[in-house]
Ligand binder design. Structure first.
Ligand SMILES: [Fe+2]
Ligand SMILES: [Fe+2]
Length: 320
């Protein structure tokens, strides 16, 4: 087997296998069964024109533009599951506890897209034709994380699962429909357990290979990108989502990156060699810049909101 610096040594994956097995058991013991159909308000549904009913038109949606943007983005992100499966299956393999986890994780993730799509189509929350066309394009393009090693992949998903949890949770709160809120809270619970699983694997890797793992963590935080970046209207929808405080740089820093880094005691741990120390320094510098950027974003948003509020106050003042 050729050996380059971008490959996770086989022995590390093998040494992590018992940790994967323990965490798989733990996951299976605490994950609760749930059924997507329970969370969909079927009584609000009716046929479309193809079966003699009425096709979608925008006035039928009860969702705000913000909720539409967030649910559309969340669903398309979930839709790309076949690509994510390929990403982790090629890195973690199909054997033993790693392989069992890959299958179980994929099955759990499959529920998320099913439930969200059923909700949106039954309630006519978004245009189902636009949604289907976007899904076709997005899945045809697929997701490719590049040449990440298994170690980098497991560091990446520790953050990504938590990012998805925060995003689903806040989308639910912003949806303006208790049914959507309940569904998204249920999905967010799954994402949290996924994060815990991956976070525990990285914690063990930090003990087994501290320098390589610290390098992988630093690289994944510094280069972090949500997996939906190639979907239709991603930039526009990300702006709407950030403006609404569903997912923004402040949340990314405070509720996603920092809690996971703290759990690993990234800045307190000893025993790093020069490679790990270098990575940690780069990570520290990056986080300082991210924090400053987050503050600047929140300040700008507050200014825009107050300008907008005073503008929309004006006509009321005139009328009264
Ligand atoms: Fe998911
Ligand atoms: Fe997940």
């Amino acid at each position: 087997m050729s050996s380059t610096t971008t490959e996770t040594p086989r022995h590390l994956l093998e040494e992590l296998e018992p940790v994967v097995a323990t965490n798989l058991d733990r996951h299976l013991a605490i994950a609760q069964e749930w059924h997507p159909h329970d969370y969909v308000p079927w009584s609000r549904g009716r046929d479309f024109a193809f079966l003699g009913g009425e096709d979608y038109e925008p006035g039928q949606s009860e969702l705000s533009e913000t909720a539409k943007a967030a649910m559309f983005t969340n669903l398309l992100t979930e839709d790309n599951l076949p690509s994510y499966h390929r990403e982790i299956a090629t890195r973690f393999g199909r054997d033993g506890a790693w392989g069992t986890w890959v299958g179980r994780w994929t099955a759990e993730e499959g529920r998320h897209g099913v439930a969200l799509r059923d909700y949106l189509v039954v309630t006519r929350g978004v245009d189902p034709v636009e949604l289907e066309r976007a899904r076709m394009d997005h899945m045809t393009t697929g997701y490719d994380s590049g040449d990440k090693t298994a170690l980098e992949a497991v560091a990446y998903v520790s953050f990504q699962e938590l990012a998805t949890r925060v995003s689903h949770r806040n989308t639910g709160k912003a949806a303006g429909d208790p049914v959507a809120d309940t569904l998204l809270a249920r999905i967010a619970k799954d994402e949290n357990l996924h994060m815990v699983f991956y976070r525990n694997i990285v914690a063990a890797a930090l003990e087994l290979a501290p320098d390589e793992t610290m390098r992988a963590i630093a690289d994944e935080v510094i280069g972090f990108e949500m997996p939906g970046a190639t979907m239709a209207r991603f930039r526009r929808n990300s702006m709407i989502i950030a403006k609404a405080g569903i997912y923004d740089l402040r949340l990314h820093h405070d509720e996603v990156i920092m809690p996971v880094l703290r759990h690993w005691d990234v800045f307190g741990r000893t025993g790093l060699g020069p490679v790990g120390e270098q990575a940690r320094q780069e990570l520290g510098a990056f986080l300082e810049a991210l924090d400053a950027q987050a503050t600047a974003f929140v300040d700008r948003r507050a200014e825009q909101r107050s300008r907008h509020a005073s503008r929309s106050d004006e006509p009321q003042v005139i009328v009264s």
